[in-house]
Ligand binder design. Structure first.
Ligand code: MTE
Ligand code: MO
Length: 383
C-alpha cells in the first residue's frame, strides 16, 4: 500500500478523500484564528505523502549558467537569509460543492474551507536563483520556473507545476522556499522538509516536498499544469474541452464566504441582531478593501468590519500589491421586524475593485474551479 506511511491527522478535519488524503476544517471554526493552526489547515494531496529524510534530502536547481545545483537542507537554511511571510493558500476547487448544485462537476466536493492562512519561513527563491547565477542572460530566454515534488504516482511521475519567472525573481514576489510553517518544521502533510510558497497564487503551484526547481522556457509539462486547474465556459463540456485553449490558473479571483452562522441553524428574534462572520481574500496580492453583507438575500447591504490579525492585534496594512493574507470580517446586523427566515449573503471587493459574481451558474465550469459567487446562508429566526 503506497499509503502505509501517511501521517496521523486531527480528528476535527472533514475528510473529502482518504487516499490521497484531502480534508478541510469545519467551516464554523475556520475564522476562529487569524493564523490557522497547522493541524486543521486544509490538506490537499494528489498522491501519497513521501517521507523525506532531512539528512539525505537534496534540492536540485536546473537551468542556471553554472549547471545543476544540489542543495542540502542545512545549506538552504544557513546560506540564505530567513524570511517570514503570512500568506493564505486556497485550492482552485474551494467551494466546488456549490457548482455541483448547478450541474455535476468533476473533482473533490470541497465546502468553503479549502482555504487557510499561515506564517511561512524560509529562503527567498529570488535570493537562491540570484546566488546561483540568475541574471539577464537567463532572463532573456527563460519565462517560467518549474517545481517538482518528491511525491510520485505508480508510474513514477512526480507532482509538478510552474509559475511565471517574473513572479519568482521579482523583489515584490515574496516567493519562499519554506521550511517552517507557523514557527515549526513543516508538517509532513504540508511538504516537509521544503515547499514553495507562492503568495497570491493558486494552491496548486505551491509545490510541497520540493525536489527540483527548473528555470525554463516552457511551463511545467505536468498533468496539473497542462490538463487541470484551468477555467472554461459554462458551455464547454467533456466532449468539447480543449485544455490547450486556456491558460493555467495562477492568481485567484476575489473570494469571500460566511463562516458564521451556519446554514440551517437558527437565531433568536429576541437578540435583535445577528452576528455574521467570515473570511475574504484575493489573489495577486490585491488587498480586500470592503466586504458587503446582506441578510435579506441581497436587497439591502451593510459594510462589515475588517480584521487582519488576531483579535486586538490589527496588523498594519500590507504594502500595495502585497496583501498575501486573508481578511477576517464581522458585523452585527439588526433583525428586520417579524422576519422568519434570513438569507445571509456576503461579497467582497479588492483593491482593483474586482467583485464576486452574484450567482454560480454563469461561472460554472466542468472542473468546478474558481467558484467565487456571493456566498449565501439561510437561517431561521425563532420567535
Ligand atoms: N505539491 C505536491 N508535491 N503534491 C500535491 O499533491 N497539491 C497542491 C499543492 N502542492 C500538491 C502540492 C494543491 S492542489 C494545493 S491546493 C496545495 O498544495 C495544498 O496545500 P496544503 O495541503 O498545504 O493545504
Ligand atoms: Mo488545489
Amino acid at each position: 500500500d503506497p499509503y502505509s506511511a501517511e501521517p496521523t491527522r486531527h480528528p476535527a478535519l472533514r475528510i473529502n478523500s482518504l487516499k490521497p488524503f484531502n480534508a478541510e476544517p469545519p467551516s464554523s471554526i475556520l475564522s476562529d484564528n487569524y493564523i490557522t493552526p497547522s493541524v486543521i489547515f486544509f490538506k490537499r494531496n494528489h498522491l501519497p505523502v513521501p517521507r523525506v529524510d532531512p539528512e539525505t534530502y537534496r534540492l536540485e536547481i536546473e537551468g542556471l549558467p553554472g549547471g545543476v545545483v544540489s542543495l542540502t537542507l542545512n545549506e538552504l537554511k544557513s546560506c540564505f537569509p530567513k524570511h517570514t511571510i503570512t500568506a493564505t493558500l486556497q485550492c482552485a476547487g474551494n467551494r466546488r460543492s456549490e457548482m455541483n448544485t448547478v450541474k455535476q462537476v468533476k473533482g473533490l466536493n470541497w465546502g468553503i474551507a479549502a482555504i487557510s492562512n499561515a506564517t511561512w519561513s524560509g529562503a527567498l527563491l529570488r535570493d537562491v536563483l540570484l546566488h546561483y547565477g540568475f541574471g539577464p542572460e537567463v532572463a532573456a530566454k527563460a519565462q517560467h520556473v518549474q517545481f517538482e515534488g518528491l511525491d510520485k504516482d505508480v508510474t513514477g511521475t512526480a507532482y509538478g507545476a510552474s509559475i511565471p519567472l517574473n513572479k519568482a525573481v521579482s523583489e515584490d514576489g515574496d516567493v519562499l522556499l519554506a521550511y517552517e510553517m507557523n514557527g515549526e518544521d513543516l508538517p509532513p502533510d504540508h511538504g516537509y522538509p521544503v515547499r514553495v510558497v507562492v503568495p497570491g497564487i493558486v494552491g496548486a503551484r505551491n509545490v510541497k516536498w520540493l525536489g527540483k526547481i527548473v528555470v525554463s522556457e516552457e511551463e511545467s509539462k505536468s498533468h496539473w499544469q497542462q490538463n487541470d486547474y484551468k477555467g472554461f465556459s459554462p458551455g464547454t463540456d467533456w466532449d468539447t474541452v480543449d485544455f490547450k485553449s486556456a491558460p493555467a490558473i495562477q492568481e485567484l479571483p476575489i473570494q469571500s464566504a460566511i463562516t458564521h452562522p451556519a446554514e440551517g441553524t437558527s437565531v433568536d428574534a429576541s437578540d435583535g441582531e445577528v452576528t455574521v462572520k467570515g473570511y475574504a481574500w484575493s489573489g495577486g496580492g490585491r488587498e480586500v478593501v470592503r466586504v458587503d453583507v446582506s441578510i435579506d438575500g441581497g436587497k439591502t447591504w451593510h459594510v462589515a468590519k475588517l480584521r487582519t490579525g488576531d483579535k486586538g492585534q490589527q496588523a498594519p496594512p500590507p504594502p500595495p500589491g502585497k496583501a498575501w493574507a486573508w481578511t477576517l470580517w464581522e458585523i452585527d446586523v439588526p433583525l428586520p421586524h417579524r422576519a422568519q427566515e434570513l438569507e445571509i449573503v456576503c461579497k467582497a471587493v479588492d483593491s482593483s475593485y474586482n467583485m464576486q459574481p452574484d450567482t454560480v451558474a454563469p461561472i460554472w465550469n466542468l472542473r468546478g474551479v474558481l467558484s467565487n459567487a456571493w456566498h449565501r446562508v439561510k437561517v431561521k429566526v425563532n420567535e
